[in-house]
Write a protein that binds this ligand. Structure first.
Ligand code: GLU
Length: 422
């Protein structure tokens, strides 16, 4: 089989090779041990508590090693995208004091040498790497229709065989050049799949920086790399982007854990160094006595706007999230009541492996302690800012006579043991 001819037939418009990008995005010049982390949110709605939490964990991991924290927008699913989604996420991070070194720094601006930081603008890069895999005989076109795939799945289910496009079920795995030419001339749409050399009977072992040692079967599925519209799947974009952006630690939600065998396999086949992975457990909630993930649909606190509306200081929310992130943060806080959380020596190993409970009473407590430390002018400014946005009538009352309001807010404040009930 002439794989070069197949590669040219499928992606004739691509004339660069991976070398071009390897030279364009050289290794970062950072001190030994510096960690490069990122969040890669999809702009599908408001800033979600889980994304803020992941951003915090990634930010402090980078900060504590003099590394880099960047943002990348995963907008390959245009159907789910909402207008203003990028702006909402980035401005939300700013509001919570999460600084961004690189990537998207506002809804429209990007900074840094490793961009573009938006997947919809990286199509040529992905195709260049896919073309290389085709040339090496490690990827191939699949012309199966959705109906054909559904039929195969039914047969597999009936025969109690693991479902998916693997082994003998991978119909186009050995497609010839002539067959490909014929199907292309009929105008048939196709995806590009990985020709997985993996074997389900083999195990892969990796050390998750949060959850510890994990063992899973090797991936043998010929999963999709490029969809029929030329857009990459998450798996493929993750490998290419985190390689070219030199991410050292991929700290992301633990719903991705089951995909790690695919990801490690891709990094290796592409000749990339595998990054360290750390899978963050979701923040949980008690619902009728049972623990469950905070849900975008059911829980108002899933959207971080909720905390602003309720009048929580951003700093209190972040300090509370630090108690969720690290089991030893509270002790440190007691010993260092006036130090910024950024000084805390964060260790990924101290994160909960099963999912910590969201505890609004504790948030309230952290918040009260912080508000009690403010002087009356600070409280006045914050309170009026809040009221201006959320309670116009109250805003009018507070600002009718500012000096009087400040004197009220000064009661039992600016004293050794300020009251905590405001
Ligand atoms: N877009 C993915 C998500 O939101 C990113 C996961 C990752 O950080 O790699 O789940």
């Amino acid at each position: 089989m002439d794989y070069n001819a197949l590669a040219d037939l499928l992606l004739p418009e691509i004339n660069k090779t991976p070398d071009y990008y390897e030279n364009l995005y050289p290794a970062r010049n950072l001190p030994e041990g510096a960690r490069v982390t990122r969040i890669a949110p999809s702009p599908t709605g408001y800033l979600h508590l889980g994304v803020l939490f992941a951003a915090l964990v990634n930010r402090i991991t980078a900060t504590s090693t003099d590394g880099i924290f960047f943002t990348r927008i995963e907008d390959t699913d245009k159907k789910r995208e909402v207008a203003g989604g990028i702006e909402d996420i980035i401005s939300g991070l700013h509001r919570f004091g999460i600084t961004i070194d690189e990537g998207f720094i506002s809804g429209t601006e990007q900074k840094g040498e490793y961009g573009p930081y938006q997947q919809s603008h990286r199509e040529e890069i992905y195709k260049t790497y896919v073309k290389e895999l085709i040339r090496q005989g490690l990827a191939y076109p699949c012309f199966c229709t959705a109906e054909e795939l559904a039929e195969v799945r039914e047969i597999q289910e009936a025969q109690k065989i693991r479902t998916g496009y693997h082994g003998e079920w991978a119909k186009h795995r050995n497609i010839t050049l002539e067959e490909t030419e014929a199907l292309l001339s009929e105008g048939k749409p196709f995806v590009i799949r990985l020709k997985s050399p993996g074997n389900e009977a083999n195990k892969i072992v990796f050390e998750d920086t949060i959850k510890g040692k994990i063992e899973m079967p090797e991936n043998d599925e010929d999963f999709v790399l490029l969809k029929s519209d030329g857009i990459p799947t998450y798996h493929f974009a993750h490998a290419v982007d985190d390689h070219l952006m030199h991410t050292t630690h991929v700290l992301r939600g633990d719903e991705w854990i089951s995909s790690v065998p695919k990801h490690i396999q891709l990094f290796k086949l592409l000749g990339f160094k595998v990054p360290k992975y750390g899978h963050i457990s979701p923040i949980m909630k008690l619902d009728g006595g049972a623990k469950r993930k905070i849900s975008k649909r059911k829980d108002p606190e899933a959207a971080v706007h909720f905390f602003a509306e309720q009048g929580y200081m951003s700093e209190a929310v972040i300090n509370y999230l630090m108690t969720v992130a690290s089991s030893d943060f509270e002790d440190w806080r007691r010993a260092n009541p006036d130090t910024s959380y950024k000084e805390f020596k964060f260790n990924l190993k101290k994160m909960s492996v099963s999912g910590a409970l969201f505890d609004e009473n504790k948030l309230l407590d952290v918040s009260k302690t912080m508000v009690a430390k403010l002087n009356s002018v600070e409280v006045y400014n914050m309170l009026t800012d809040w009221a201006k946005e959320y309670d116009e009538e109250f805003f009018g009352i507070l600002t009718a006579d500012p000096e009087y309001t400040k004197s009220v807010l000064a009661i039992d404040r600016d004293v050794p043991k300020p009251r905590k009930d405001i």
